[in-house]
Design a protein around this ligand. Structure first.
Ligand code: FES
Length: 116
């Protein structure tokens, strides 16, 4: 079953989002925490907690290839597609982002943030 996306505005513009020096940011959308990252010019969004053991991904960092490195056990994820590029077999849930004239929007499936 294909669920529809609900779009939530997270900022007026990309420049408005404040990233830490590690290129990461955390924000709340519809009461849930989301991790945002910026690698070169590409913005991405994923779940706040690592799928391995709940590491706070906004406290991690981006390696030279743009992979998100979890601060707890250093597993690496490609934030463009959620692939666990260091090979442990986990999958990081990611969310689509759209930069529109009216602002930056995040797409979340079916009203349930983490349900699959
Ligand atoms: S909790 Fe993220 S790698 Fe273990």
């Amino acid at each position: 079953m294909k669920s529809t996306l609900s779009w939530y505005k997270i900022a007026e513009s990309r420049e408005e989002i404040e990233f830490s020096p590690n290129g990461m940011a955390e924000l709340e959308v519809s009461g849930k925490k989301i991790c945002l990252g910026l690698h070169r010019d590409t913005l991405f969004a994923c779940t706040h907690k690592c799928p391995h053991a709940g590491g706070i991904l906004a406290d991690g960092y981006l390696d030279a290839s743009g992979n998100l490195v979890c601060p707890l056990h250093r597993y690496r994820f490609d934030p463009r597609n959620g692939r666990n590029v260091s090979g442990e077999g986990y999958f990081l849930k990611t969310f689509p982002l759209e930069i529109r004239e009216e602002g930056v929007f995040i797409g979340i499936a079916g009203g349930s943030l983490f349900g699959g």
